[in-house]
Design a protein around this ligand. Sequence first.
Ligand code: PRP
Length: 176
Amino acid sequence: MDQLPRVLFSELKIKQRVQELGATIGFDYKGKELTVISVLKGSFIFFADLIRQLDLPISCEFMGVSSYGNKTTSTGEVKLTLDLTEPLNGKHVIIVEDIVDTGLTMQYLINNLQTRKPATLKTCALLVKPDCLKCDVHIDYIGFNLGKEFVVGYGLDYAGLYRHLPYIGILENADY
Ligand code: PRP
């Protein structure tokens, strides 16, 4: 890793925004139990920070998905690589993503999870790229909107690297 990304959202800025999101979600679900689903791999750091801001009874679940295609674009074909361990029937559920780009992964997840009959199903993404959306997907809780920049850090990777960075940055001059 010979080039460090240019900081777009600092560690402090992310922390403040995650606290705000946690407070909003905590308010919206006051008095309820919540099932929160981390979509692997990218959301694991955001998810870990977000759930620690929630003053609610929480169940944590994990799903793995992969999109076919090359490393920076999605073909829209999404495959489930890891499924939940518990039924969602009658539960209040939030899907937690690190980033919504084309929206195709989130659309797949919503369609898949709706068939399991949750009481409610909402979506949360730390980052959303409104200009890149290829479908009509609604995100209930958004950390930050982005342009078309390719970002890494705080869970997001480039070729498997950079996920551990505590900030979100733009990788300039990368071959992508
Ligand atoms: C990223 C991200 C979302 C998806 C969003 O995952 O975590 O799951 O892409 O893209 P979309 O809106 O265009 O569908 P990625 O496929 O890079 O896998 P990873 O989370 O394991 O890094």
